[in-house]
Design a protein around this ligand. Structure first.
Ligand SMILES: NC(=O)c1ccc[n+]([C@@H]2O[C@H](COP(=O)([O-])OP(=O)(O)OC[C@H]3O[C@@H](n4cnc5c(N)ncnc54)[C@H](OP(=O)(O)O)[C@@H]3O)[C@@H](O)[C@H]2O)c1
Length: 295
């Protein structure tokens, strides 16, 4: 069986990890928490050692709303499945948050950011978060004051590494002037390429690029769309793999610094996604895929 090692490795901060990771946003959409626990443990058994999460990945009322029922927090599922996290890097994000009544709020002040960091520590059962991304909601807003607040929490020992999410190059530069960044997490897929040069620019700087929506593409939170570009379809047929696997493989081919975090709540999809790390696309495949329409 293919493991996460097939995707190769990258040194994220001070730890070498497999480039095939796991995104936990979809875990809470399954009403059966045992399935989520199984998926997480299976991922780690298969070599996944980089898991993305957020304290606001919660249902009902959070990112993926599966209706009524008890709240399920991705962070708590991760804790239940994986504590004490033997060599697994858990990356989380702050900025957006949920009030106790399920409304969205954005942390901007140092005190609000601290509260979110402490919530992540509590839910994950950690003394120090491995990696915290400042998740931006504006491509023009200043970043330095919030990044300074996170850098202070890092100095205090509550955070090991810092990253940024949903950021432009100018915002990345602004953050990097405050404190070192180990990763940038932006939406990016074969048909969703707003900042096409980003993976390469970050690779030159030794910073990981962590794309989200690699499989979902323009479907974003709604998940994969049925009408994938015909190049993806035909290359999938040639390699005897699924279109989703081609999308993931394309992502990993965008640079040695690209870390995949496919999100799934389904065990078979997990295995398929990990297997995509072994797909080697040809120069011809890549040239054809680079011509696909961009969202
Ligand atoms: N920084 C940010 O702002 C931000 C925003 C969004 C997401 N993220 C992170 O990035 C991760 C990835 O994003 P994502 O989960 O939204 O999108 P994604 O990984 O591109 O795609 C997930 C969607 O594709 C389906 N899927 C996954 N593997 C599949 C397969 N092998 N075959 C068929 N369908 C498959 C999933 O449904 P099933 O559950 O049925 O497999 C889900 O609908 C998230 O989990 C989250 O950790 C970060």
């Amino acid at each position: 069986m293919t493991t996460a090692h097939a995707a190769g490795t990258w040194k994220l901060g001070d730890q070498v990890i497999n480039r095939m990771g796991f995104g936990s946003m979809r875990l809470t959409s399954n009403p059966d928490r045992d399935v989520a626990i199984r998926v997480l443990r299976r991922a780690v058994e298969l070599g996944v050692d980089h898991i993305d999460t957020a304290a606001f990945y919660v249902t009902p009322g959070g990112i993926i709303d599966s209706g009524s029922g008890p709240r399920r927090y991705a962070t708590e599922l991760i804790r239940e499945a994986l504590f004490p996290y033997d060599n697994v890097v858990v990356a989380t994000k702050v900025g957006p948050g949920l009030t106790p009544t399920g409304d969205w709020e954005t942390a901007t002040t140092p005190a609000e950011l601290r509260t979110q960091v402490e919530e992540n520590l509590r839910r994950l059962g950690m003394d120090r978060l491995d990696l915290v991304n400042l998740r931006l909601t504006s491509r023009t807003a200043p970043v330095a004051p919030r990044f300074e607040a996170l850098a202070a929490l890092q100095q205090e020992g509550l955070i090991r590494h810092l990253g940024i999410s949903n950021a432009t190059l100018a915002q990345i530069d602004e953050a990097a002037a405050v404190a070192p960044l180990v990763c940038v997490q932006n939406s990016f897929a074969v048909d969703l390429r707003r900042d096409e040069a980003m993976p390469r620019i970050l690779e030159e700087r030794g910073i990981a690029f962590v794309p989200f929506f690699a499989i979902a593409g323009p479907g974003r939170e709604d998940g994969p769309t049925a009408n994938t570009h015909h190049a993806v379809r035909e290359i999938a047929a040639t390699h005897h793999v699924s279109e989703h696997q081609v999308r993931l493989a394309w992502t990993l081919h965008q640079g040695s610094n690209v870390l995949a975090i496919p999100g799934t709540g389904d065990e078979q999809h997990l295995l398929d996604n990990i297997a995509a790390g072994a797909i080697r696309l040809s120069g011809e495949d890549l040239a054809w895929l680079s011509g696909t329409e961009q969202g």
